[in-house]
Design a binder for this molecule. Structure first.
Ligand code: PLP
Length: 309
């Protein structure tokens, strides 16, 4: 993990509620719905080589999440795109940036949970920072959390919402165990994802990832599935047991923030021949994970939506 705070981010310009403001002045009201009830939806985006990776898919998921939450006056994808481009231009960002787009239900006229207290429409926040992929390139270590990923019977993970306590509780367990992240299971004990990423295994040359029932249907997850299929790699979505991951040839996680990260260890079991540090590095160089990382990096350089000149 790089030393924080990153001095390059000291003087950011941030879009809040339709206005670009310096970091110190970019704030939401104490009456904002995100403060009152975590009542907001969000997306994480990455900028590579003058392009925003998978921008249309992220804007579509933001719209879908906001619709599911019945936000009023949802800004159109083009309005969000314009605010994003303005923010990136104001910060001179064309590469190496990560953006957190948040759409809150907006300011309430009085404190409380009811969306009826919202009389002025949602609030869009575009927070762009200089940020390299967050996980150690050598790989990550995981434990299994005792907290379950939300069932659609409770809170549907297909809404990319800001009510992240479920995942934060799992992350606290990972921190306490001195590892990077935690695997979260579904209510029946099958693997769902980690607290922050989707998860894949490779076994006998076949790539598998859990069905998007409990996990977020991640955009990187979908991209990896498509890249694999385009390149002749068998890729399936199915229920996966933790014990399958323990015995997999390779495991890796996916997400916009960290891209593809090899998993070295889960619950103290070494995955495949990988070992923390260098021992497994030569094996990993020719691995399916390394191959997919290469394909993803190529796509990121060339296939995102171009920023205005
Ligand atoms: C819980 C969780 N899983 C997976 C992901 C990865 O999703 P994506 O690939 O769309 O960034 C995220 C990213 O926000 C997440 O919060």
């Amino acid at each position: 993990m790089p030393k924080l705070p990153d001095p390059r981010n000291a003087n950011l310009m941030i879009h809040v509620g339709g206005v670009l403001l310096p970091r110190a002045e970019a704030k939401v009201s104490v009456f904002d719905s995100s403060v009152q009830g975590g009542d907001a939806v969000w997306e994480g985006l990455r900028v590579y080589n003058g392009r925003v990776m998978m921008l249309a898919a992220h804007l579509a998921r933001l719209q879908a999440s906001a619709k599911a939450m019945a936000f009023a006056q949802i800004p159109s994808p083009d309005e969000v795109r314009r605010a994003l481009f303005e923010t990136l231009a104001a910060n001179g960002m064309r590469d190496g940036a990560h953006v957190r787009l948040t759409l809150t239900r907006g300011e309430k006229v009085t404190s409380g949970m009811s969306p009826r207290f919202n009389q002025s429409g949602p609030c869009l926040i575009v927070l762009a920072e200089w940020k390299a992929p967050v996980y150690d390139a050598a790989g990550v270590r995981l434990i299994t959390s005792s907290w379950r990923r939300n069932s659609p019977q409770c809170v549907d993970s297909k809404i990319h919402h800001n009510n992240l306590i479920n995942n934060i509780l799992a992350k606290l367990e990972a921190d306490a165990a001195g590892v990077d992240d935690a695997v979260m299971l579904d209510l029946e004990g099958f693997v769902s994802e980690t607290n922050a990423t989707n998860i894949f295994q490779v076994r006998g040359g076949v790539l598998s990832t859990p069905l998007p029932d409990y996990c977020l249907p991640g955009i990187t997850r979908q991209t990896v599935l498509e890249l694999a299929r385009e390149h002749g790699i068998e890729a399936v979505e199915r229920r996966l047991s933790l014990t399958e991951l323990y015995a997999a040839d390779e495991v890796f996680t996916t997400g916009t923030m960290g891209e593809l990260s090899p998993v070295l260890e889960i619950d103290g079991r070494r995955i495949g021949s990988g070992a923390p540090g260098t021992a497994g590095a030569s094996d990993r160089a020719g691995s399916m994970t390394a191959r997919l990382q290469g394909l993803y990096a190529q796509l990121a350089e060339t296939a995102g939506e171009p920023l205005p000149a």
